[in-house]
Design a protein around this ligand. Structure first.
Ligand SMILES: *[C@@H]1O[C@H](CO)[C@@H](O)[C@H](O)[C@H]1NC(C)=O
Length: 274
């Protein structure tokens, strides 16, 4: 899996700079925002959803619980953060009112993650105690084989912004998106010439004014209870082009190897990548 998969260009870079700039703002912010055009999620819609936060409770990114000790998120969500500066909120529709809080003991950023192109933008976090599962807190299944992508309806959830400068959602938002082929995705993203899609990507789209925004990164894309993507890239925000996810099928082996302790590269304690 050494494909340089996922060359993403200028607009992502802008996006990332925006989010890093807001990371560095002092305390918690009033300028958090959420999925554009979503609906309030209900209890049980996405019990695997987590809010990745600073220790002050500032929401940074989404992610998904995949077992009692492991979470998946986007690489760019954790790059720059030592594990002991982050917390994981589970079991809630309101990230500011945690069901429970867990603490990462280690972060495994994909060995071939890089910047500024955001190849292999995926990371695993191991928390230092077992996540207690209940009606609001459950792991999501990983794909065990190819899924019926064609025409598939995909559920995306997040606490990202409602517009580029939108406000904090009271509640987790959900949006139903549709799988689109890599070819259609490329053509819809053709104004963004640096975007190069590969087998490591999944594209999802609904329509103009419905889609991902700041704070949604790392969030889960789910097909019939199976995690198929982790949000990598979007043009801020809901501009009528697809959202691009890291393809979990493609990273299954990497996930298995990291969890079993057989990953080629070691965990990232600080900013050492590779
Ligand atoms: C997990 O980490 C947190 C934060 O560092 C700490 O307060 C807590 O005691 C740790 N829990 C366990 C079981 O080690």
């Amino acid at each position: 899996m050494l494909l340089r998969c996922g060359k993403i260009g200028i607009s992502t870079i802008i996006l990332i700079l925006v989010s890093f700039a807001s990371y560095s703002h002092s305390a918690r912010s009033d300028n958090l925002q959420f999925i554009v055009g979503g609906q309030n999620a209900d209890e049980g819609d996405a019990p695997y959803q987590i809010s990745l936060q600073t220790l002050l409770g500032r929401h940074l990114c989404g992610g998904a619980i995949i077992s009692d000790r492991w979470l998946l998120t986007a690489g760019h969500c954790v790059s720059g953060y030592p594990a002991d500066r982050l917390q994981v909120v589970t079991g809630t529709l309101q990230y500011a009112i945690p069901g429970a809080i867990y603490y990462p003991e280690s972060i495994y950023l994909h060995c071939n993650y890089d910047t500024p192109k955001y190849h292999n933008d995926i990371a695993l976090l191991r928390v230092n105690q077992s996540i207690v599962f209940d009606a609001h807190t459950q792991p999501v299944n990983l794909p065990i084989g190819p899924w019926a992508a064609s025409g598939a309806q995909l559920l995306f959830t997040g606490w990202g912004t409602q517009s580029i400068s939108g406000s904090t959602p009271a509640r987790l938002q959900r949006v139903q998106q549709q799988y689109i082929t890599s070819q259609t995705c490329k053509s819809l993203l053709s104004d963004y010439e640096d975007v190069e899609l590969g087998p490591c990507h999944v594209c999802a789209y609904r329509q103009l004014n419905i889609g991902a925004c700041h704070g949604d990164s790392g969030g889960p894309l789910v097909h019939e209870g199976i995690l198929v993507g982790i949000l990598n890239f979007f043009v801020p925000c809901a501009q009528g082009v697809p959202d691009v996810f890291m393809n979990i099928m493609f990273y299954r082996d990497w996930i298995r190897r990291v969890i079993s302790g057989n990953a080629k590269c070691t965990q990232v304690h600080e900013q050492i990548i590779g």
